[in-house]
Design a protein around this ligand. Structure first.
Ligand SMILES: [Zn+2]
Length: 288
């Protein structure tokens, strides 16, 4: 079981004022990167490359994705990989302070919440070692800047010949939808909703509500970088529908404005689902 205090600690650190909005190329995001490296190391998850850092440069900015790998326990299936990721960057500080004197885009929902989920999953699999396939735990930089981090990593992994089963991304799970369910962007592209609900033994994953802008959302986060490169199922789990959180890219996207207990619940509900997905004999989640 995931511990709410641990989720809170992750979100609290990443969205703290000290990190100044985690903008790529700033000391704040460096602190975040170091924190994530330490957490992966403490969990016993080794780096995938020579170090945890997958460096990228753009427009004179040096930044990095953080990538850990937990090898699968099945001698054959371990050659297949699942990428589980979330972006850890955000948009830094505002040009001017608001009426309360706040100037930091803390990014608690966007996307410290998703990072907390990936970190808890990493800890869970590292201690249970029940994954037949290998799992890459990825924290992406520069999602907020044209998804440069994930585009870079997807390209690199593809060039290195990685066999990818699927990619699961976490974005903005800080506030619940009315029905408490999780939706998957890009659900039309694969059978993920059917399969994940089957693994959950109940309806926990939903299709986007009618009239929503799924196509846009699907191309709008790091899952899309992997979909484009690998042409495999790649989805973002989120509870954000652009109406249930008014602080999107706002100075008030802070921990006290999101629901940490609900984030913990979502991670707990998803643990067994993901545990099933990474260990099925066949690749059951397929594009349609
Ligand atoms: Zn985001």
């Amino acid at each position: 079981m995931v511990n709410e205090q641990s989720v809170k600690e992750t979100i609290g650190f990443l969205s703290g004022d000290k990190l100044k909005g985690r903008k790529p190329g700033t000391p704040g995001i460096e602190l975040a990167a170091g924190y994530l490296e330490t957490k992966l190391m403490d969990a016993g998850i080794p780096p995938y490359f020579k170090s945890y850092r997958d460096a990228i440069s753009y427009e004179g900015i040096d930044t990095c994705n953080i990538v850990g790998c937990l090898e699968g326990r099945d001698p054959l299936l371990k050659n297949e990989y699942v990428v589980i990721g979330a972006h850890y960057d955000h948009i830094g500080t505002a040009l001017a302070a608001d009426s309360k004197g706040d100037i930091i885009f803390n990014g608690a929902n966007d996307n410290a919440s998703g990072v907390a989920a990936v970190l808890e999953l990493a800890k869970y699999f590292a201690s249970n070692k029940n994954n037949y396939r290998s799992i890459l735990f990825c924290f992406f930089t520069a999602e907020e800047y044209d998804k440069r981090g994930s585009i870079h990593l997807a390209e690199k992994l593809q060039q290195q010949g990685l066999t990818l089963y699927m990619m699961l991304n976490f974005e903005m799970i800080g506030m619940p939808l009315e029905d408490g369910l999780v939706y998957m962007t890009g659900f039309r592209k694969s059978n993920i909703i059917e399969k994940f609900n089957e693994y959950a033994g109940k309806t926990f994953f939903r299709r986007i509500m009618p009239g929503s802008i799924d196509v846009f959302l699907n191309m709008d986060s790091d899952n899309h970088s992997f979909f484009k490169k690998f042409k495999v199922p790649a989805h973002t789990a989120t509870t954000f529908n652009r109406q249930n959180y008014i602080f999107y890219h706002n100075l008030d996207d802070e921990m006290e404005n999101i629901d940490v207990a609900n984030i913990t619940r979502i991670i707990n509900e998803m643990l067994p689902v993901i545990a099933t997905m990474v260990s099925t004999k066949d690749k059951e989640i397929i594009l349609r």
